[in-house]
Design a protein around this ligand. Structure first.
Ligand code: XIL
Length: 390
């Protein structure tokens, strides 16, 4: 991995300050756009993406803009597929690379969803964030029937974990840009989550093992630790910070930290920029990996915010998440957790909340989408970040 430069603030101008400027003409007037359009095409036959798409605007500053995708909708839902192709330069499987999907019965693998996603990404010049190798949730029933306990011994669990990490990383070898190797290992109070992996080891050493095994299986993938609520400075973010620092000091192959960034307008906006900055200073890449901004919605309309105040708070939060990433040079990708409100995980998990994504239920772009476009456009000319494969 190349040495990382320390974070550089690039002074992104507030979108609000220029909200009246028509974006299309701002883009047309930008001298950088024509040159970028030429250099962004690998060949004359390379597909052309709209100049004002998130992927093209992000490319000008070297920031990949992503989305979590459901491969079942690719090719079957035309509007969904078109947006997935045109807007994003990196994609994440929302569910299909999780353990319960890839190994539903012990020793029986189903890579079909993951393979479909990887093929789609390849065809559309997108990189893939693999998600995920080690987690407490969405584990197969044969491993833990109730999601908390298992009948396997500690020694058996270690062997099972090693086999899983290596089999999956090997299957997708060379096709994954960033792997979320370990997901959500801590509680909000900073204590380790006592899942089956922690209990098998009696400590957090499964994390170092998982990174080492993943690196052996796919040496070129950038290996990430990924978690939520580390956007806020506090016990959890501090615990992850100490873990990453220790792993780096021990020479464990970890190259990145993913900030899930599942935000909610009922809570204050987090000091995300400060956290991205301090983690980057440990010598890792950072990324916003699962961005969504939920809010309370009308009882009879799952994805209609209760009022205009909450709706504009959402727009403001979205703008800040991208500006925070843009302001930290080590922040190499920005990925919302899906793009259409009709497909978001939020209403099913957070009662009474929704409207959390950039497109509405009919896949029409919302105001938050336009603000993200503007923030990217206004970042043009900022220091170009490196997102090379090595
Ligand atoms: C969620 C998916 O969006 C849902 O479809 C699924 O039912 C549960 O998992 N943190 C993560 C993601 O790392 O994998 C989760 O995805 C959302 C929270």
């Amino acid at each position: 991995m190349p040495a990382l430069r320390r974070s550089v603030a690039i002074g992104v101008i507030s979108a609000a300050a220029v909200a009246a400027a028509p974006l299309a003409s701002a883009i047309a007037a930008s001298p950088a756009t024509a040159a970028t359009a030429k250099t962004s095409s690998a060949s004359a036959n390379a597909p052309k993406y709209p100049k004002d798409s998130l992927r093209e605007l992000g490319q000008k500053v070297g920031l990949r803009i992503g989305a979590a995708l459901n491969p079942d909708l690719l090719g079957t839902d035309a509007a969904y597929t078109k947006i997935a192709k045109q807007q994003f330069s990196t994609v994440t499987p929302e569910n299909v690379m999780k353990w319960e999907v890839v190994e539903p019965a012990k020793g029986t693998y189903d890579w079909s969803g993951g393979d479909k996603l990887v093929d789609f990404a390849h065809a559309n010049h997108q990189r893939v964030r693999g998600h995920n190798l080690v987690w407490h949730s969405q584990l197969p029933k044969w491993l833990t029937p109730d999601g908390f306990t298992t009948t396997y011994s500690s020694a058996q669990l270690k062997a099972i974990l090693k086999k899983h990490v290596q089999d999956e990383a090997r299957h997708f070898k060379g096709k994954i840009w960033q792997w979320d190797v370990v997901n959500e290992a801590f509680n909000d109070d900073g204590t380790p989550r006592e899942d089956i992996w922690y209990k098998a080891y009696g400590n957090l050493d499964y994390i170092a093992d998982a990174f080492t095994w993943a690196h052996q299986a796919d040496p070129k993938a950038l290996l990430f630790y990924n978690d939520y609520n580390i956007e806020f400075t506090g016990p959890k973010s501090n615990a992850v910070y100490s873990l990453v620092k220790k792993l780096k000091a021990r020479g464990v192959p970890i190259q990145g930290v993913g900030f899930q960034t599942h935000l909610d307008t009922q809570y204050p906006y987090p000091d995300l920029r400060a956290n991205l900055t301090r983690f980057a200073a440990l010598g890792v890449y950072v990324a916003e990996t699962e961005v969504d901004v939920r809010t309370f919605t009308k009882p009879d309309a799952m994805n209609t915010p209760v009022d205009g105040v909450h709706e504009s708070a959402q727009v403001a939060y979205w703008s800040r998440t991208i500006q925070d990433c843009l302001s930290v040079k080590a922040c190499i990708s920005y990925t919302p957790w899906g793009f259409g409100d009709a497909y978001s995980w939020v209403p099913g998990v957070f009662a009474g909340e929704g409207a959390a994504l950039l497109y509405d239920e009919q896949l029409q772009p919302k105001q938050a989408y336009t603000v993200i476009q503007q923030d990217l456009e206004l970042a043009d000319g900022a220091t170009h970040r490196s997102h090379s494969q090595d």
